[in-house]
Write a protein that binds this ligand. Structure first.
Ligand SMILES: O=C([O-])CC(=O)C(=O)O
Ligand SMILES: [Mg+2]
Length: 223
């Protein structure tokens, strides 16, 4: 229906954060990864959200914090084992998201065959923009998403280049677990991911729709 998710309306933001990896061929290539035959998923805790005005904090164990700009899809209605052709009825709208990644930690996890939680799920790893109701986005596969660091363009991608489409992803995920109102799906990063340092300013946007800014802080604690 395009209604604002109730949690978001109360400033509580989203629920589950489901991330898709390697959904753009050129990003898979820059990471040295093979193209996925099936979608790759991981989760972030809902406490990973940050909104504009709050900083992105590099986790203490990370020496190489990377930005990834991604289109977020906000679920508006419970989706359990939905077919692709009905999947978009479960979408309330969109948000721009950053999948902040401890890249050095992720490399270690990959080498050891360990899960990516430390690399992807730390507090403030999911900056999100304002909610955009779906009525404002006639075709989510025709959006240009971009990201600048300190005013310099780093990422420019077109959502038409996604390997797996939004209805395919919703249907696929909904056959694994139930998606609920307020859940957010990060649809993967285009190429151009790279490092950010303390005090850098990240600005990102969906062309002609919105933009957002976040500052990067050094870790509060070191062990
Ligand atoms: O860490 C990665 O490269 C996987 C990922 O999140 C993406 O492709 O957006
Ligand atoms: Mg990502």
């Amino acid at each position: 229906r395009g209604v604002l998710p109730s949690g978001a309306a109360q400033g509580r933001l989203w629920q589950n954060i489901v991330c898709v990896g390697r959904n753009y061929a050129e990003h898979a290539k820059e990471m040295g990864s093979a193209l996925p035959a099936e979608p790759l998923f991981f989760l972030k805790p809902s406490s990973a959200y940050v909104r504009e005005g709050s900083p992105i904090v590099r986790p203490y164990y990370c020496r190489n914090l990377h930005h990834e700009v991604e289109l977020g899809v906000v679920i508006g209605r419970r989706a359990q084992a939905v077919p692709q052709d009905a999947a978009m009825e479960h979408v309330a709208g969109y948000a721009l998201c950053l999948d902040m990644t401890a890249r050095d930690t992720q490399e270690e996890c990959k080498k050891k065959g360990l899960p990516w939680t430390l690399a992807k799920g730390f507090g403030s790893s999911c900056p999100v923009s304002d909610f955009v109701p779906k009525e404002k986005i006639p075709d989510p596969h025709k959006l240009q998403i971009w990201l600048k660091v300190n005013g310099k363009m780093r990422q420019e991608g077109d959502t038409s280049s996604m390997i797996f489409s939004i209805p395919y992803l919703i249907s696929y995920i909904s056959h694994i677990f139930t998606l609920e109102e307020g859940d957010l799906i990060l649809t993967g990063s285009p190429k151009g991911v790279g490092s950010v340092e303390a005090n850098d300013e990240i600005e990102a946007g969906i062309r002609d729709v919105l933009s957002m800014r976040f500052k990067v802080l050094r870790p509060k604690y070191t062990f």
